[in-house]
Design a protein around this ligand. Sequence first.
Ligand code: MEV
Length: 324
Amino acid sequence: MVTASAAGKAILFGEHAVVYGEPALAIAIDARVSVSLEPCKGDWKIDGYPLDTSRHPHIAYLKNAILGDDSQNYSIQINSELFPAAGLGSSAALSSACSAAMLSTIGQPLDPEKISALSHLAEAAAQAGRASPTDTSTATLGGCVFVSDKKEQSSEWRYTRSLETPEGERNWEVHSVTLPPSVNDLWLVVGYTGIHSPTGDMVAGLAELLAKHPEKMTDISRMGELARNGVDALSNGDFTMVGQLMDEAHQLLAGVGVSCKELDDMVEVARRSSLGAKMTGAGGGGCMLALTTNPEETSAALEMRGGRVLVTPFGAPSVRIENS
Ligand code: MEV
């Protein structure tokens, strides 16, 4: 049996905009998805049930891409510490861990670039061809990841990702960001609305809005600027600025229709005890994120509002094999 795990993620800046080539900044969070692969007799199984391609499109894609049609059959066990379909990158972490476990079963080494490429293609296959490499790169590389349309001086360049999307070819440069030690005084409090919201639907909804209202592309560009300013502020330890940029990012995301009342309420409540707060990920439900030095107070306020809470430091380890 091989078990691999990968981290969930929270997007600090640039969700949605990154699908259109704008930069995004994401943090690996302290909650992981693990995937165990064990050879089995009979059909492929996921958590004891036959593999259903429509329920597990990522796994179906990776099975064909990595192992091929005539491979040995496996039984897959998935364990997740993440709220599901909540914008915390659970499908990216699943894809990354699953790629690592499948590659390991065929004797291949843990190669983050290969794992993130395979997981990105699995996400794109499941999201009607529209997926940035943000979630899958963060799940795979861990730490803090900056995805941009160009190679950035400010952070360590890792690789280029390209994808043919319905809106044309997109290219992204993926970087790891080294954070200052002062980041250890800060916490991210993730608040879950309890509302499931499939990423593919939210991304497709925004694509429709932008096709009808091309003038909204200026908001998308501004989200990209915020991401760039956010990396600088974070790297310089200017967390007050990071918080202000988060507040503005939320306003823009709400303006293009990807927030919802529950997210807006939780963001509002969290702001009273934090440096800044915004929705994170695809939106329409899912999660919000607050940057705070006082995680107890922020968590309590969100729980009072009916949210489920996860507190995480900045960054978590990369994809890894847990045992083999
Ligand atoms: C989802 O976590 C992030 C989105 O930007 C989609 C993507 O980057 O593929 C909404």
